[in-house]
Structure formats: structure tokens, C-alpha cells
Design a binder for this molecule. Structure first.
Ligand SMILES: C[S@@+](CC[C@H](N)C(=O)[O-])C[C@H]1O[C@@H](n2cnc3c(N)ncnc32)[C@H](O)[C@@H]1O
Length: 266
């Protein structure tokens, strides 16, 4: 089986994020919060899908301490760091190691979020459809599903060129490229990390897919979601970083909820 690049990335992920004005999930949190607070949620319970090192969960718990929290990610390495981070912050959340396509929570929740273009990491349409169906099964009737994906028009620009990110004891070079058809982009990371007196190097690549609006709409509809709002946002201010993306807010249609194939259901 191919190694998961995030198992390598996990060791330096938070330090890499510290090289930006704010970790991405903190920068985008107000946009998610606005959606989650202004709309009716069937219950104050939330799963952070592809939760990474738990930054969003920690920030959410600090601002809304009455919510029951879950996190899911397919990378054992990312979850190991998330467990440490949440323990250190005294945040209680149940974390499960599951790919989005096979999501099966211990119980359904009122809201699901998927932050930082994690859905762009699915590169096949059938995986996007399977993931949306699994997410639908993990929600309570009329539950909310909110996610951000890379902006479709900006994708070829986001996946081009090279840049570096530096923070204490870390130097990261990123070379981005996009296939000619603009459907898939790849980010090649070279990481130099200072450990005691020596520097160690690691290399890995992450591939993302440029999901077209029609593909996402169709997959959401098939899974039983109604789309409430789609809007372009800039999580960082213009003087910081340009990272345009699309924020989708959806609700599980009451009539379309199919929980019969969730093996954990009674
Ligand atoms: C860009 S990181 C975002 C992490 C976190 N949401 C954040 O805001 O920092 C993408 C995350 O998606 C996870 N991921 C990628 N493909 C996945 C899949 N098919 N199922 C579950 N998690 C996945 C990776 O392990 C990684 O933690």
C-alpha cells in the first residue's frame, strides 16, 4: 500500500502552519461559525472531517464548550498529533481513524465540517460520491454539512509556481504544478527540520482535484443534501495571503436520510 503523505507531514504540520499569519483552520473559523450559529442545528454535536492535528476542534471547543465533538481522519500520524494537542488543551473529543469514504461514527451528529480543501484530496468522482453518502449517514435528520474547497477558477493559479515557508527550526519548499487539463494539481514538499543540532530532510507530494461546481452539486444531491448557500471567501485578509475558496453550506434532506447501511445503527 502507498504511504500516506500526511503520516510524514504530521510531524511538522503545526510548525508549517505556524509559518503563516494564522493556522488556516483558525483563519477560516469565523466563516464556519457564522453558518453554524445562524442556522438551526438539530443538536450541538459536530464532527470535524479530515480533522488533521485537531486545530479546528480545539478552537471550536474553546468558543462553544457545550458541543459534543468528534474528529475523523485517515492519517494515523495526524490523529496522533491531534490527540496530544487536544489533551494538552484539555479538550474532550472522540477521534476516529477513518477515510471519508468509509466514515462511520459511533453516533450521528448535528453538524459535519470539512476544513482546508480536504475534499479536494479525493481525486475520483466515485470517492466524492461515497464520501457524501457516508457523511449523510453520519448526520441526524436535517443535519448541517459545511465544507470549503479550492476555488474552481483559481485552482490552476493556486497549483502553479513555488514558494517557501519558514518557522522556528523548519524550512519548507513547495513546488506546485497542474496538469494541462486543470483537473489535478500536485504539491511537492521538501521539508528541512532541525532536530537538536542536525537538519533532516523529508519529501512527499500531495495531489488534489479541482472539483467543478456541477460535480459537487450532483454528488450532494445523490447523497440527499440540499444546498443552502455557496459563496467565494478569502479566509486571510488581502495583505496576508490570497487563498480563495468556495464555502458550501448544505442540509441533509429529511426525506432522503438513509441510515440502513450504517453497520453501527441498531
Ligand atoms: C490540508 S489537511 C487539513 C487538516 C485540517 N482539516 C486542518 O484544517 O488543518 C488535509 C487532511 O485531510 C486528510 N485526508 C486526506 N484524504 C482523506 C480521506 N480520504 N479521508 C480522511 N481524511 C483524509 C489528511 O490526512 C489531512 O489531515
Amino acid at each position: 500500500m502507498k504511504a500516506d503523505p500526511y503520516d510524514i507531514f504530521a510531524r511538522v504540520y503545526d510548525a508549517w502552519q505556524a509559518g503563516y499569519p494564522k493556522p488556516f483552520s483558525r483563519a477560516i473559523l469565523p466563516f464556519y461559525e457564522q453558518e453554524l450559529i445562524r442556522r438551526v442545528v438539530p443538536e450541538h454535536s459536530l464532527v470535524d472531517l479530515a480533522c488533521g492535528t485537531g486545530t479546528f476542534i480545539e478552537a471550536w471547543a474553546n468558543r462553544h464548550d457545550d458541543w459534543l465533538l468528534f474528529g475523523a481522519d485517515q492519517s494515523k500520524g495526524m490523529l496522533r498529533v491531534a490527540r496530544k494537542n487536544l489533551k494538552r488543551a484539555s479538550v474532550s473529543a472522540r477521534l476516529v481513524c477513518q477515510p471519508l469514504q468509509e466514515l462511520c461514527l459511533p453516533r450521528p451528529v448535528g453538524a459535519a465540517v470539512c476544513v482546508f480543501d480536504s475534499l479536494n484530496h479525493l481525486t475520483r468522482l466515485r470517492d466524492l460520491r461515497r464520501s457524501f453518502r457516508a457523511i449523510a449517514r453520519s448526520l441526524l435528520p436535517e443535519g448541517l454539512f459545511i465544507f470549503d474547497i479550492n476555488d474552481e477558477r483559481a485552482f490552476p493559479r493556486i497549483f502553479s509556481g513555488s514558494w517557501t515557508v519558514e518557522s522556528a527550526g523548519l524550512f519548507v519548499s513547495i513546488v506546485a504544478s497542474c496538469r494541462e487539463d486543470g483537473v489535478r494539481g500536485s504539491l511537492r514538499y521538501t521539508v528541512f527540520e532541525r532536530r537538536r543540532r542536525t537538519w533532516s530532510r523529508s519529501d512527499f507530494s500531495i495531489v488534489e482535484r479541482n472539483w467543478l461546481r456541477g460535480e459537487v452539486e450532483e454528488a450532494l444531491g445523490l447523497a440527499g443534501f440540499s444546498i443552502i448557500r455557496v459563496r467565494r471567501i478569502q479566509p486571510y485578509s488581502h495583505s496576508e495571503i490570497e487563498a480563495p475558496r468556495t464555502l458550501w453550506t448544505c442540509r441533509l434532506r429529511h426525506d432522503r436520510q438513509d441510515r440502513t447501511s450504517n453497520p453501527l445503527d441498531p
